[in-house]
Structures are given as structure tokens and as C-alpha cells.
Design a protein around this ligand. Sequence first.
Ligand code: SF4
Length: 332
Amino acid sequence: MIDRILERAKEGKDLSDEEFLELLRIDDDENLDKLFKIAAEIRDKQSKTIKLTSTVHITNKCQIQPRCGYCGFAEETSSKGYYNAFYKSDEEILKAVISITDAHIPRVSCSGGYGYKGKQAINACRIVKENTNLEILVNVGGDLTPKSIDKLAELGADTICCNLETINEEVFKKVKPGDSLAQRIETCERVCEAGINLSSGLLLGIGESPEDRIKHLRFLGTFKTLEEIPIMGFNPYEDTPMANHPAFPLKEQLKIVAITRIMYPTIRITMPTPTVGPENVEYSLKAGANNLATVIADNYPLEVKGVGSPRYGNYTEVVNVIEKLGLIPQTI
Ligand code: SF4
């Protein structure tokens, strides 16, 4: 049964939801290896180049109340996170993006909390585009007005990220009681209307079912400028309401990477190094990912606490892993 489904995947045939669910049910190492191998082959057929994305956290001040249950990023949420409120100055943002250019990393993600209607994202985008050749991904969730999206388009923002996390409304409400799934979907639609590439991902292991995950992946296909899907696995951040919620198993996270690759052969699949764990980057590449996010070089001037967990991927180590696998790190 599994062999037949994988054969069809290899031939580029469209798989049914039931077939994808069957792949998610794989629990033996032999079939798992076959699944990952086919996903990696599909990626390699497109390109063996792996994108690297560094990060600038603009601010951890977030007006979402109550806080998302898993959040260790916003101020005073976790002793292992940033904890103290910050808002990076223009000089600090500039210094950070210059250091990213100096490290030959081609792309930066600029992200921040809610409450600014995109103003902080526009300012960061302007600094990046006026001073560097970096590609930029902007992520302030659904906190963007139509005007701010148009301004980002004008400035040449390459990608806007708005993660839906889950499209199971009940789970979303429970885990993100101060946020709105409808507003996030609307933001994704507006990004598409503005002609900007959309990144929108899944946060796995927050109470959604395997069926929800497949439904979510299909739903993302309705966004016409979708170019990137981050696959994040839940990790508990200390002191948060979900501190005792179990971490999402790596094996299951990798299965989602692989089936996303089968469903979307040409899409950019992003593995944020904090949520997979820097030591597991290799497995995510073997499962078909082609972008590693929160990659930090030694010359980086600011403190970084990853979103999803306080860790991050070190540039040199990440590049070594990519090359060891016979893949090509995209550098500038
Ligand atoms: S996860 Fe994002 S939106 Fe939710 S409270 Fe934290 S910073 Fe705000």
C-alpha cells in the first residue's frame, strides 16, 4: 500500500487526502526512509540549492491579550525568552542587517509583535532595501492594514509571512484567544492581492488532528501568491500557559515536511531552526525542506531568542550540514 502511494508520488501524480493520511500513519523506519528519500528527490529535481534566512526581531512588544498560550517571544512571557520589552532602533536594525550581508546570508526575516499596524515592518523593510541587497521576509502576523501592505509592496518587500498556525477554529481560539484566524486569513488574501509573495505556515502539535493538517495544507493552495510554507513543531516555552504541553515529535514534523514537498513540489519549505532544534537541521533537509530560518552568524551584533524556542542555527554549522549532504547553501 505505502509502496504504491510512494510510487505515485514519485511519478508526480496527485495524491488524495486519504493517501496523504496513509503516509502520515507510517511508523516503521523502512517506510519512513522511503518517504523522506522521495521527498528529497522531488526537491533535488527542482534545485539542490538551500536558502538561508537570518533574522531581526524588531520588537517583542505585542498588544495581543490574552497572549497566545505558547508565546515565549513577547515581553514578560517566559524567563527563557527575551522577557524584557525591547524595540530595536534604526541603528540596531541597520547594524544587524549589515552583519547578515557580511556573513553572506542572502535573506532576512524581520518580525515583531502586534500593535503597530505594520509601521515597524515598513520601517525595517525600508532600512533593509535602502542599505543592502538582502531579500526580505516581513512577519508581523495579521497586524497589517491594506495601506501598510501596499507600502511594503512599494518598498520591494519580497515576501510577507502570516502564519495561520492551524485552521481548526476551535484549536486556534483555545491556543490564541487574543488573535483572530479570520483576520489572519484576510491578511493572507490582501498580501496576494498586492502581488507580494506569501509565506504561511503550520504550528504542529497544538491540538489539531492529522486531518486538520492535510486540510490546512490544501487550504494554503488557494492563496495565489503562496511561495513558502514554514513547518513549525510546538516546543513548550517555560513559564507559559502551555509549558506542560508535550513537544511535537520530530518524526511527525519531518513527515509533514515530506508530504508538503510531495503536495507542493516547487514551494519553498522552511524549517525554522529553533522549532526543529539546530542539531536536527540535517533531518529536515533529508525530508525535503529547502530553506533554513533563524540562521545566525558569529558576527551578529544582537541577542537572539528563537521564536518557538530560545535556540537557533549557527551559520557555520548549518552550512557544514548542507554541504555534507551534497546540497548547495545559497550565499551572496
Ligand atoms: S505569539 Fe505573536 S501574536 Fe501571539 S502573543 Fe506572542 S508575539 Fe503576540
